[in-house]
Design a binder for this molecule. Structure first.
Ligand code: NAP
Length: 331
């Protein structure tokens, strides 16, 4: 079954949900398609303390509120993965040319067909909000122990490791947040970081110290060891140039993210060297009526930024569809 929309938003994290709210409220027929559940990676944040208006809120709760609000205006479709997006050209475009007026012909040629596992949508404009996914550590046997001691989400799996020795690998905001969350749950946490300095914001570093979480500096995890479950990690100490087995029952990998850019790439959207979508300040990409917002565009990866970009992208789509031009919002 095929449905026509003004705006199709791909991905329902904070950027996508906000784009849905802004698109639909401006009068565009808007659908937001999400392969999983709404919220994206923000669902995994144990607590968010820098989203204005909320002193402290769990990522899941914030996402739920955004979802409720977006559903008031836009159509939301969870568990509907987009498989392909293409410009409507060739036969389909030509067939329509015969039955519609000149202006309509030109416009239709620029439409995009969004194919999901459940059907297809024709969109006059598309906003990519597909975010990022967890980067793998690259240690030996990491995949083998996935779900058997290796996890990429302390909020999801931490509960199973209460009173146990666990390692968090990484040195950014996420790693420190995960370590603090695990500590609070009652785990014996050690942070393992490849350098002698954390990348995490000073405020979080201070908390880590106060919580008494030990850090193994200059340490590379070479291998995850175990039997049916994780039992230890083999770490390489770069300073001493020696190897050591660290006994742990859980390994929480938190070494950053990679852009989920496959669909954008497939359509011909320009990416930068790191694989993030290149946009102008109004979230327009190199393709007409194609926009990107949120973590997929790189930069400052914070919920508030994703929301702002979603709002700007939807406003630009509205302006472009109505031929209003202009800035389409701004940052
Ligand atoms: P990140 O800032 O990119 O940090 C990734 C960490 O993993 C770095 O410390 C990096 O080490 C380390 N790393 C990368 N590849 C590795 C490898 N192969 N082996 C071992 N270590 C590796 O990622 P993030 O912490 O997930 O944060 C992503 C974004 O979300 C950031 O912009 C962050 O500010 C934001 N965020 C904010 C909050 C918050 O509370 N405000 C919470 C979560 C995330 P090096 O330091 O040596 O490069």
């Amino acid at each position: 079954m095929r449905k026509d929309y003004d705006l199709v938003v791909v991905g329902a994290g904070p950027a996508g949900l906000t784009a849905g709210i802004y698109g639909a409220r401006s009068g565009l027929e808007t659908v937001v398609l999400e392969k999983g559940i709404c919220g994206g990676l923000s669902n995994e944040a144990p607590e968010i303390e820098n989203y204005p208006g909320f002193k402290k809120v769990a990522g899941l709760e914030l996402a739920e509120r955004m979802k409720e609000q977006a559903a008031e205006f836009a159509e939301l479709k969870e568990l509907e993965a987009v498989e392909k997006i293409e410009q409507v050209r060739g036969e389909e475009g030509k067939r329509r040319k015969k039955v519609r007026g000149e202006e309509e012909k030109r416009r239709k040629k620029e439409e995009m067909k969004v194919v999901t596992e459940k059907g297809s949508y024709v969109a006059k404009a598309v906003i990519f909000c597909t975010g990022t996914r967890h980067r793998k550590l690259g240690a030996a046997r990491e995949d083998e122990f996935l779900g058997r001691g290796v996890s990429y989400c302390a909020t999801c799996d931490g509960f199973f490791f209460r009173n146990k020795q666990v390692a968090v690998v990484g040195g950014g905001d996420s790693a420190v947040r995960e370590a603090l969350h695990l500590k609070k749950l009652g785990c014996e946490v050690t942070l393992i970081h490849r350098r002698d300095k954390l990348r995490a914001e000073p405020f979080l570093q201070k908390r880590l110290k106060e919580a008494g979480v030990p850090v193994l500096w200059n340490s590379v995890v070479l291998e995850i060891k175990g039997d049916s479950r994780v039992r230890s990690v083999l770490r390489f100490d770069k300073e001493r140039e020696s190897e050591e087995v660290v006994e742990v029952e859980g390994v929480f990998v938190s070494v950053g993210e990679e852009p989920a850019n496959e669909l954008a790439l497939q359509l011909g959207v320009e990416l930068n060297q790191s694989g993030y979508v290149v946009t102008d300040k109004n979230q327009r990409t190199n393709l007409e009526r194609v926009y990107a917002a949120g973590d997929l565009t790189g930069g400052v990866r914070q919920v508030v930024v994703a929301c702002a970009e979603g709002a700007v992208a939807a406003t630009s789509a509205y302006n472009d569809l109505l031929g209003l031009g202009g800035e389409g919002g701004g940052k």
